[in-house]
Write a protein that binds this ligand. Sequence first.
Ligand code: NDP
Ligand code: MG
Length: 383
Amino acid sequence: MKNISILGATGSIGTQALEVIEANPGLYKVTSLTAQSNADLLIAQALKFKPLMVVIGDENKYQSVKAALASTGIKVLAGEDALCEAASLAETDLVLTAIVGSVGLKPTIAAIKAKKDIGLANKETLVVAGDLITDLAKEHGVKIIPVDSEHSAIFQCLVGEAFNTIEKIYLTASGGPFRGKERDFLANVTKVEALKHPNWVMGAKITIDSASLMNKGLEVIEAKWLFDLDVEQIDVIVHPQSIVHSLVQFNDGSMKAQMGLPDMKLPIHYAFAYPDRISSSFKRFNFMDYPELTFSQADRSTFRNLDLAFEALRRAGNMPCIINAANEVVVNAFLQNQIGFLEMSDIIEQCMSDISFIAKPTLNNYLETDELTRIFAGELVTK
Ligand code: NDP
Ligand code: MG
């Protein structure tokens, strides 16, 4: 029995993780669940999975959650600091970080310091402070098991291999809903169009990131830290069918790929079961449904975010933190109809050139950079 804590239980990854747990009775026990504002779903999940603790981020909802769970003995907490408590419960073996955004940084640090293995969906944490997080995980003997489908693919390809035999990795990208479109077209796209991902149903933020290719940019940075790679060892290839989840090329020229239907429950299940592989009844891939698997170059001049992310990784220091914070602000602004699709990259680029560069940031430097960038990007949005 593995004890699992789910940060961001009410989101796309969180709810699918609970489906995986439900489908495997006797294998997993839920120790804590957290949500930001969806109190009703959090309460329903708590009544069903009976964790030791739940945390609601929005303090205004605390009383209603507490009242609904009063007779259960489940501890109810509220607010951002309580997330760290939910992440470091003594009873927990693995923390699934399924919160969206850099707000996941502090609870992930708390979980690592409490020696909990991490099932990492919250890629923004590794983008913001990948050096600190990976060092901390080494120091505390904590495993970081990726949940992001591309990184789970690479992780699976690397079982039994040495990291120093990796020549290169290829992260596959579906290309999102605007694959093949020109800048003229993108200038006028709406959030409704951007929220229609061809292959995956996900939370709003990552869906916009997928449409703008920032998701792939963030994943390049995530891969750097998970697999200890140089930027030159990471490439992106567009694969619209989302069947090959990513590939590793080794130093003898051999390549391994991991394939499967696009279903996040697969990498979630893998991360929960690791180092085992446990049988599932998920729908199986049928070659006849996919007579063609195709691959092409990403259009980086139209989708500039991908280049900006590579540049942030090359410049290192707090630059990935800047790009992440600016991106969180612009995605939110785009979702509120405050800016157009192409303006997102413009504002991110402006932040990269104007926010002070720090070559060797401390945790405080990262937190300050995140805050300063949000303020500056917010000003650019209102301008
Ligand atoms: P969702 O938006 O669907 O869910 C986010 C979760 O985090 C919800 O439980 C939400 O609570 C909670 N949350 C939101 N804001 C805060 C906050 N400020 N403080 C604490 N909790 C908060 O996101 P996804 O599930 O799509 O994505 C989660 C993470 O996983 C992201 O980092 C994403 O990049 C990554 N990921 C997602 C994939 C997917 O298929 N969805 C695939 C690969 C990676 P509430 O519901 O109450 O708002
Ligand atoms: Mg992914």
